[in-house]
Design a protein around this ligand. Sequence first.
Ligand code: ZN
Ligand code: ZN
Ligand code: FE
Length: 750
Amino acid sequence: MSVTDKATARHAVRLHITGVVQGVGFRPFVYRVAQRHGVAGWVLNAQDGVHVLAEASDDAIARFVDEVRQSPPPAARVATFDVTPAAIAGLVAFEIRESAAAGAPTVRISPDLALCADCLRELFDPSDRRFKYPYINCTNCGPRYSIVYGLPYDRPRTAMRDWPLCEHCSREYADPADRRFHAQPVACSACGPTMRLLAGDDVVTGTGAIEGAAALLARGAIVAVKGIGGYHLACDAANAGSVAAMRERKYRKERPFALMARNLEVARTLVQLDGNAESALTSIERPIVVAPARRPFEGVAPENSDLGVMLAYTPVHHLLFAAGAPDVLVMTSANRSSEPIAYDDREALSSLAGIADAFLVGERPIARRIDDSVVRVVGDARVVLRRARGLAPEAVGTFPTTTPILALGGDLKNALTLVVGGQAFASQHIGDLDHLSARDAFVATVGDLCAMYEVKPEQLTVVHDLHPGYRSTEFARSLPGRRIGVQHHRAHIASVLAERDAWETRVVGFAFDGTGYGDDGSIWGGEVFIGSLAGGLARVGHLRPAPLPGGDAAARFPVQAAAGFLYDLDDGIDFERPPFSFPKRYADARALVKHRVRTFETTSMGRLFDTVAALTGFTREQSFEGQAAMWLEHLARSSGSVAPYVLPYERDQFDFRPMLASVLADRRVGRAPCEIARAFHFAVANAVAAVADAYNADRIVVSGGVFQNALLVDTLVAMLGPRMWFNVKVPPNDGGLSLGQAACALAELK
Ligand code: ZN
Ligand code: ZN
Ligand code: FE
């Protein structure tokens, strides 16, 4: 197409745009805008982002640049947008050039995207070529990170490489004006992958597979459904028998299951959603949103007043609901217990054989496993509790360095961070490294990120936790290059600062969690720091140390933590009798403390929460990490307002003894456990605020697993307002550690 050379002066500019600009329809978008404004030139994808040369009259250039800047495609995330003058080349047409492969790739691969409205319409349009086709997608939606084998993002480097395009699809793929122009996973029922339903010895292919799966779900069956980043186990959430069977077969005792709702209207009946929570739920990332439950589902989230809900995000989900699947499905990662999600077909079929009644198997391979992301809305912030599908591997911070840094995180809720080209890319949630399959995923993800961003292992500065026994630390030792160890709780505080690019800001930081290896080799977890990323974080205070008997088991049995924390306070109380009714484990643990056998010092705030949970009724073994603290939070949320207990901070220590004495006294006079739980939560919040004031802090940072507690965080937000910073992009739990580790390591390198 030619442009007329108007009387006005001709002009040329170059644009360089970085961020998530590949695989999101950026080039066709630029092409269409150029057509509209009569701009000549070209657009191309390079490894360092999108480059554009635009040539036209002054006016047209200005309008073109404005529109490209103001209204990028929905899935694009522009990080930088540079405009520089260029020499006039006398171009007459605008074209999309082929990808250039030169230089180190710093461009970011897009996360996986939920089905868009246009594709959804076509999916249910009987006259459309892709009517009921389960792999429908376009440049604005569909899988990305989960199908990529390498960069730049082109079909031969994706899981679609084995399906050559039919004539129709290739025409769309090659037409810059088409919504599917260079949509790498594009396919149709004539040329693309399909789905099969395996139920017993029966195999059904095509649309019948999905109809069959929907019918099985409606009858109460458990169906393994292949999704974007792995298999889900699905069943009717309203069928208590199915939910109970799922728990039993999965060996998952009490940990909450996520739900998938047919649509937003159904989701609104499940949980309380404000505007911000609805935007999170319907966002292109389609995460699981944790919100207060509005109706009970037996067995879905035992003793928990929240539910985690997501909306359908793949064509298969939409097709299942349309084919008659129940309105609300349990949709949980397909695995046994807490192992990583199954994503390989053969592995899924064998490992889930005793769990699923049927398998809805899609032919498109999954390049890497990715769980669903989990978020919660705090005020107008969307707090990420598990960072995975839709979010990974986006950058979560900008680092003033060109040195590549690989931070390995911790052993629980592991996730990695790779800093390259000044961008910190956070991996998807990997899981707990005591599982062999999680360790495999960990090693694979290290290789994956390094390959994707073309970093050689020997160039890396490798960062790990100080814990000498962590698997991640052991792995760090096996890598070449420089190694830096970073203390666990400093990394938690640093993760908040790194998210905000706050390298110089001086803060008071509170890192509260269950367990982390301290500078002195003891178990920390209730720490106060002062300082900045650039200047270092000095530990200035902590929870009063308590004896913790019995090693690792103390984290599983709240009464065991209680035996340590109550040691100086419990004279004469028979805890085996009501109102406490502790199991014998308490007395055994107390004996360990008395004789200082297998007893260690801890400053863990998580164990203090466990102690109060034990005193208010949680006397059994926890069936998942953090369960007792979560239980205590929900107990507290069921109480009206109460006067807080007092958690004094004296000589740089939070002294828990007066507070526990009050708890004991209140319990013995029959005060409602929910009031005790609430008075405890407010005592912790007050103590944080008081210490922040005592240090005259303008900026308060909180991080660590304890701050997954919505009641605690909401209370602190109400007290401290915007002075308080908390994690938003990476989880406050150990899933956010690696980002903080990378930030601390960079400070050390400088
Ligand atoms: Zn689409
Ligand atoms: Zn086709
Ligand atoms: Fe931690």
